[in-house]
Design a protein around this ligand. Structure first.
Ligand SMILES: C[S@@+](CC[C@H](N)C(=O)[O-])C[C@H]1O[C@@H](n2cnc3c(N)ncnc32)[C@H](O)[C@@H]1O
Length: 315
């Protein structure tokens, strides 16, 4: 099915990678942060960096929109009531568009509260893209930021990024391991997506904090273990992790590379063939391992810090 996807403008590359590696979406056309992609049905609530998911209906030039709306067979997508959702288009246009659609329908009904069909129109420069809405991302990532959780750590990932890291593993259900779990940022997102998160850390204090945070968000099916990531023996369907990095850590660059390399060697035995490990490294660091590199994405964290998300797959 052809999908119309509105990507979050912060990092289109990450948004696209998430859709490709989680949903198997194959990009057909991209116009700024509007993506048209081919994909089977997927859990539209999961991608963190996709704002809107819709069935692609048509696209046209802005000045041809009225003509196109008049020609389009709306009845095919009308399920009993409708609403027009405009993105980057003047809201005053909604009435005019709804009026034309209304005239094309048998038994038309507009419903502002619980419409059965939402027709979304997204303007991107001179083009307009139209779709049948499947999901609009309303995740409250800000409310879960590290400083808002009961147990704080300054090195915890932004929840939106933590969610994307989980999705890049491609996991749909089962056990996801974060062997450098810290205060539980990745585990929280995995738990909220109904996966079974297992977190381990070398530091008992961090594990206590992770427990407090997971409990506060009412996540039930988690497990926490005090283990060294370079030797932990456990089975998992995927691994998503954010190991220590940079100045905040007491590790020097050389020791850090050694830690990463020993961890990757151990992690190779944790996973089944074709399963993925997603790991964030400081920018510019690459570590040899038996894993196949599927993707590398550079992400700006703040002005002076860029990090690289590495998506690796067991051969
Ligand atoms: C960058 S923090 C992880 C942050 C985490 N994503 C969060 O949301 O809080 C890295 C963590 O790795 C842990 N760590 C360092 N060396 C380790 C090792 N060899 N095995 C397991 N954990 C280790 C540290 O205690 C720290 O909690």
């Amino acid at each position: 099915m052809k999908h119309l996807l509105l990507l979050s403008g912060e990092c289109c590359e990450l948004a696209k990678a998430e859709l490709e590696l989680f949903a198997g979406a194959k990009a057909i056309e991209q116009d700024g942060n509007v993506l048209i992609a081919d994909a089977e049905k997927f859990d539209y609530s999961r991608p963190a960096f996709t704002k809107i998911s819709a069935v692609f209906l048509f696209s046209c030039k802005k000045n041809e929109l009225e003509k196109k709306i008049k020609e389009f067979e709306w009845q095919k997508y009308y399920k009993g009531s409708f609403f027009v959702r405009l993105v980057h288009i003047e809201q005053s246009m909604a009435g005019r568009i709804a009026d034309i659609i209304w005239k094309k329908l048998k038994n038309p009904k507009v419903d502002f509260k619980n419409p059965k069909s939402v027709f979304v129109f997204i303007q991107q420069k001179d083009n307009v893209y139209c779709g049948l809405l499947l999901n609009e991302n309303t995740e409250k990532f800000h409310a879960r930021k590290a400083h808002k959780r009961p147990a704080f750590s300054p090195v915890s990932l932004h929840p939106k990024l933590a969610r994307a890291v989980v999705n890049l593993t491609g996991i749909k259900k089962g056990i996801i391991l974060d062997p450098f779990c810290g205060t539980g940022g990745i585990l929280i997102e995995a738990g909220l997506m109904k996966l079974k998160p297992i977190g381990s850390d070398i530091d008992a204090d961090m594990l206590k904090k992770a427990k407090t945070n997971l409990e506060a968000l009412k996540i039930k099916s988690y497990k926490l273990l005090k283990k060294d990531a370079t030797t932990i023996k456990i089975k998992a369907d995927a691994v998503a992790t954010d190991p220590p990095y940079g100045k905040a850590s007491s590790l020097h660059k050389q020791n850090m590379k050694k830690l990463y390399s020993e961890f990757l060697a151990n992690a190779y035995n944790i996973l089944k063939k074709k399963s993925r490990l997603v790991i964030i490294f400081p920018n510019g660091i690459s570590v040899k391992s038996k894993f196949k590199i599927i993707k590398r994405i550079n992400i700006p964290i703040h002005k002076s810090l860029t990090r690289t998300i590495n998506v690796l797959e067991k051969r």
